[in-house]
Design a protein around this ligand. Structure first.
Ligand SMILES: Nc1ncnc2c1ncn2[C@@H]1O[C@H](COP(=O)(O)OP(=O)(O)OP(=O)(O)O)[C@@H](O)[C@H]1O
Length: 241
């Protein structure tokens, strides 16, 4: 049995006549945390939007759990959760109401299991005691964690997080990191995380994928890319400068 959860096969993306992503391929395995890094404008968000079917590649294809994002969209997308831009919520609702409303969009959640599912997710992200408070009273870290709970509603096998630590204080960052580790452990989830906060990413990820000017220039285990005792930031700067 394969443990490949996503295959990105020779994708390219042109916007107008301008090539934004040059032919790029990589695979993601279950239970691993991938750090996706590159300078501003390198194409990270574009690749993540292609991975989640928000936009189509000009050529190439993406498969999630063997389902094509293009031709088997429903099955493919059901297996991935994503926070591509900061999660936006109706602030006048409680965290629980937000999850309850969004859960109705997931046909796999049976109505008699909805409340139990939501309670479990609130507990997973450490919001079980604040679930009945309005979102407007939440800190940024709590909103980010509610975003993780939201992206977990459909019980995905892979979570894509775009800049999840942005704006978080050290406590918020640690809470987020602990949740990511916990979910990897309990659900064998894979994570694909884009971030400019390289010290933080270095602590979290197992593998790195580095993009520059629309091309993947390096991918592999963190230990192969960052020497022992070296900071990811220094390894990264050596590679892209
Ligand atoms: N809709 C669009 N129309 C025109 N150009 C675009 C569009 N979307 C992205 N681009 C261009 O594609 C390139 C890659 O952008 P993208 O947002 O994917 O980079 P990024 O690596 O996520 O950058 P950052 O780290 O700054 O968020 C940039 O040069 C950007 O200007």
């Amino acid at each position: 049995m394969t443990n490949i959860i996503m295959e990105v096969k020779q994708i390219t993306k042109n916007i107008g006549k301008r090539p934004i992503i040059h032919e790029s391929s990589f695979q993601l395995e279950q239970g691993k945390i991938y750090g996706f890094i590159g300078p501003n404008g390198a194409g990270k968000t574009t690749v993540m939007r292609i991975m989640t079917g928000l936009i189509q590649p000009t050529s190439g294809e993406v498969r999630i759990d063997s389902y094509s994002v293009k031709t088997q969209r429903q099955q493919a997308i059901a297996r991935v959760g994503a926070i591509i831009e900061s999660p936006v919520f109706f602030e006048y609702m409680t965290g629980r109401q937000v999850l309850r409303n969004l859960s109705r969009l997931h046909p796999t959640i049976k109505s008699n299991q909805r409340e139990e599912h939501i309670e479990k997710l609130l507990t997973t992200v450490g919001l079980e005691k604040r679930g009945d408070d309005k979102v407007r009273t939440y800190s940024l870290g709590m909103k980010q964690r509610l975003g993780i709970a939201q992206s977990m509603l459909g019980s995905p096998k892979l979570l894509l997080l775009d800049e999840p630590s942005n704006g978080l204080d050290p406590i918020g960052m640690r809470e987020l990191r602990d949740i990511i580790f916990k979910l990897r452990e309990s659900e064998n989830l894979a994570f694909f995380i884009s971030s400019h906060l390289l010290d933080e990413l270095q602590q979290m990820c197992d593998e790195l994928i580095i993009i520059r000017e629309g091309s993947i220039i390096l991918k592999g285990p963190k230990e192969d890319i960052v020497k022992e005792g070296q900071r990811l930031e220094d390894a990264f700067l050596e590679l892209v400068q």
